[in-house]
Design a binder for this molecule. Structure first.
Ligand code: ATP
Length: 535
């Protein structure tokens, strides 16, 4: 059986995963049952980019607003009727938390009557099988996938399939959704779905679409990876004009849009998390009249998108102005200014800046100045012990980079000269090898057993192991001290005055194996002496 939790963990970005855990913790604390649903599950399983997180709770999510607020999430809007919260979770993660419900359509084109329901009932009111799955995030069943319409099989077959014959009649916005998904995934509609779709189009059901559904669909375009392709397909199917009667592909700034998507990819490759949606909306509607723009914006349920889109040009102008002023007088200052700016503004300005200085600075920021980073002499810094373990490392590394950017460190020699004073003192030398293993240990090994032999080298062990055959490791007082202070060893040895002593341990090579033959030899000699005495 597939491990969907594992798949989720490897497919979500770290910020999205933190978002899942955050929502899970808040729902658990409130005793509310929680599922990850809809497009997030589809994208996790199919391998497409996971654009946002859709959660469904059995209960009222509007009650959790304060908890989300405390956890640092921003409220981007809410739908009182469907009891849905639109949130931006920390890390810029878009999320929707909706109440599990049923929708009852009393009249075509009228908003449905919404009734709280179980998750199983909720899945039955969804648009396509691939969107009608839920992953439990609840204790006891975490990881269980609810897939009552075989959505996984349709993902594998790459098919869009409605859940019942009246799907497009009930909610004609599903025609727009089917077109959008078909264009995005290049998944065809399953045969019966295609027939219902064609018939709904011919009968012009789309004219009954609700205003709120239109607003939702306009906003969804902002998050497409290839928005121009989706808009073209919608136009071909006569649905673009449903979103706004004056909206055509001729009103799109297609070259700006394609430049935007390229630069966005470039920024993603550089490691930026950048939300292009306000800029996408800007280019998609670039040639629409102001009044049409206001009409479009008014319908969108997420106020964060509306505001960001509305203000994007003004914010870009502000940034452009700063880029031509004192604040950006040097490359390092420009770097700092652009690093502190919102990546969304850098992206937008990279595509729209007309002022050559501004365009050049952004270009350098995204390309040429990155290469300067490679001139930071990391291996030499490691040799100088200027490593990330040093608390002041980030500042040192940053200062070098800034000086290199401004051309104030022109050669490697100059850079190293700058770095050297920051090198910390070398660490103390490592302690010498432990006694008993090295040459001094060998001495102990020799001296100690000899102490058992009366009248000869016994002085070292006298009073300690007298009369006993002292084991090698036993005489701690005489052995342990010199381990810590190698020079102190000389004293006891001097006192021992060994007669025909084995070569001085200090002069011996550090061969631990030397101990044994030495021991044997001594014992043999001792035996021979005893025998001789007896005789
Ligand atoms: P996207 O990748 O475009 O965000 P999505 O499937 O997540 O795709 P949303 O508009 O965010 O689309 O909707 C979330 C989920 O809500 C859908 O997956 C679907 O299950 C359900 N849904 C949205 N709109 C409808 C609709 N008109 N009819 C039925 N279900 C819908």
């Amino acid at each position: 059986m597939a491990d969907y939790i594992y798949t989720m963990e490897i497919r979500l970005t770290p910020d999205q995963m933190k978002g899942v855990n955050l929502v899970q913790d808040i729902a658990r604390a409130a005793g509310i049952t929680l599922y990850l649903t809809g497009g997030a599950i589809r994208d996790i399983i199919s391998g497409f980019t996971i654009r946002d997180l859709d959660f469904t709770v059995q209960g009222n999510p509007l009650k959790l607003q304060k908890e989300f607020d405390r956890a640092g999430a921003q409220l981007a809007g809410h739908d009182e009727d469907a009891r849905t919260l639109f949130l931006v979770l920390p890390g810029n993660v878009r999320a929707e938390i909706g109440m599990a419900h049923t929708e009852h359509y009393e009249k075509v084109g009228r908003p449905p009557v919404i009734t709280p329901a179980s998750i199983q009932e909720d899945l039955r009111r969804r648009d396509f099988t691939v969107n009608a799955m839920a992953l439990s995030l609840n204790e006891g069943s975490r990881g269980l996938l609810l897939d009552p319409f075989n959505g996984v099989a349709d993902i594998e077959a790459k098919l869009l399939r409605i859940l019942h014959n009246y799907s497009f009649v009930e909610d004609p916005s599903r025609l727009i959704r089917a077109t959008r998904f078909a264009a995005r995934f290049h998944w065809p509609m399953e045969e019966r779905t295609q027939q219902r779709y064609d018939s709904a189009r011919e009968n012009n059901y789309i004219e009954h679409v609700s205003r709120s559904a239109v607003g939702h669909e306009i906003a969804q375009l902002a998050h497409e990876d290839d928005p121009l392709n989706v808009v073209r397909t919608l136009e071909k199917e006569d649905f673009l004009k449903v979103l706004h009667p004056h909206w055509t592909t001729a009103k799109v700034d297609s070259s700006g849009l394609s430049q935007l998507m390229k630069t966005r990819q470039q920024m993603v490759d550089l490691g930026y998390t950048v939300d292009p949606s306000p800029a996408v909306m800007h280019f998609l509607t670039a040639k629409l009249a102001d009044k049409d723009l206001s009409d479009l914006r008014r319908q969108i349920p997420r106020k964060d998108l509306i505001e960001a889109w509305r203000d994007i040009e003004d914010h870009a102008k502000e940034l452009a102005k700063r880029l031509t002023g004192k604040e950006a007088a040097t490359p390092s200052r420009t770097w700092n200014l652009l690093s502190a700016a919102r990546p969304e503004m850098v992206l937008f300005l990279a595509v729209t800046a007309r002022h050559q200085t501004v365009a050049g600075k952004i270009k350098n920021f995204l390309t040429k100045w990155r290469q300067v980073q490679q001139r930071i002499p990391l291996p030499e810094m490691t040799e100088l012990l200027i490593t990330p373990q040093l608390p002041e490392y980030p500042k040192i590394a940053r200062d070098v980079f800034m000086l290199l950017l401004d051309g104030k460190l022109r050669s490697r020699t100059e850079t190293l000269k700058f770095l050297k004073p920051f090198a910390p003192p070398p660490p103390p030398p490592p302690p010498p090898p432990r006694r008993g293993r090295g040459p001094k240990g060998a001495a102990a090994a020799v001296v100690a057993p000899a102490a058992a032999v009366p009248g000869k080298k016994g002085e070292v062990a006298k009073g300690k192991g007298k009369g006993k055959s002292a084991p090698v490791a036993t005489p701690p007082a005489t052995v342990a001290a010199p381990v810590a202070k190698p020079e102190a060893k000389a004293k006891p040895e001097a006192k021992a005055k060994p007669v025909k002593a084995p070569p001085k341990p200090a002069q011996r090579p550090a061969k631990p194996a030397a101990k044994r033959p030495a021991k044997k030899t001594v014992r043999k000699k001792a035996k021979a002496r005893t025998k001789a005495k007896k005789r």
